[in-house]
Design a protein around this ligand. Structure first.
Ligand code: OAD
Length: 241
């Protein structure tokens, strides 16, 4: 089975942690997953920023170090190449739940990072004017503080209990409204709101495809097609590359 890329004018691709597994990055759920080792309620929730900021930095600082050592794999490369080979009048929006920046490193453009980027930090105060900035320091030994207001600085990732960043979230929803092909790749489909994007795509009349190492725990009937396997192997095949 091959997806004929010439047939689709408005494509939305949603990626999750499974796409970066072959780059050596851990997924969140399942064996060896981040939330298998750490309690998601304890460290993945926004309340952890005030209750245990040093633990939050130990976790995300560690992820930051892994991300700095990681490189794109054939799944990232296939998506970047697809975007580079679009014909006139075709659009592809890449929406990612990943915070690793590997799609951009592979050459993808206009990536919607709906969960932020772990290589960025920002002041924890919503009132502070400090701009979000690239930060390669893992801060695993001390919590950094804002040079302007002294509030604790935090990794720029979306934690449970927080709103998604407005622009990427709005851009994704707008593209879903009239897409004709929707692919979800390497995601367990268990985290809202990305887990319901497929329903928006189905409503728009799109072909909906799920590509993942394992079937969804609660299969989503909005997916018309399911391909089980490794994204780095399946994706180049499905896209005929
Ligand atoms: P999950 O860890 O929930 O799911 C990753 C999926 O990838 C699993 O279903 C695996 O079976 C699958 N997988 C593993 N290796 C794969 C491979 N080589 N090819 C294809 N699939 C593979 O990750 P997400 O769905 O991305 O939030 O999780 C969503 C959000 O939950 C994350 O963005 C994260 C987390 O809390 C933040 O970090 C802000």
């Amino acid at each position: 089975m091959v997806i004929d890329r010439r047939r689709y004018a408005r494509v939305v691709v949603l990626t999750g942690a499974g796409v970066s597994a072959a780059s050596g990055l851990r997924t969140y759920r399942g064996p060896g997953g981040v939330w298998e080792e750490h309690d998601v309620e304890r460290l993945g929730h926004v309340s952890a920023l005030t209750e245990r900021p040093a633990d939050v930095w130990r976790l995300f600082g560690g992820l930051r170090q892994s991300v700095l050592a990681a490189r794109p794999n054939p799944a990232h490369d296939a998506l970047a190449r697809w975007q580079a080979e679009l014909a006139q009048g075709q659009e592809l929006l890449l929406v990612t739940q990943n915070v690793d920046g590997l799609h951009q490193m592979a050459g993808s453009r206009n990536v919607c990072e709906i969960h932020g980027n772990v290589l960025h930090s920002r002041c924890g105060s919503p009132d502070c004017t400090l701009a979000q900035f690239r930060d390669e320091d893992p801060h695993t030994s001390a919590v950094p503080s804002c040079p302007l207001c002294r509030t604790a600085v935090r990794p720029d990732v979306v934690l449970f209990g927080e709103e998604l960043p407005a622009l990427p979230s709005w851009t994704a929803k707008r593209a879903l409204r009239d897409c004709d092909l929707f692919l979800a790749i390497g995601t367990s489909g268990s985290v809202a709101p990305a887990s319901s994007y497929v329903r928006g795509a189905e409503y728009a009349g799109a072909r909906t495809v799920y590509i993942n190492l394992e079937p969804m725990k609660d299969p989503n009937p909005a997916f018309q097609e399911v391909y089980i396997g490794r994204a780095e192997e399946l994706l180049p095949q499905l896209l005929g590359m």
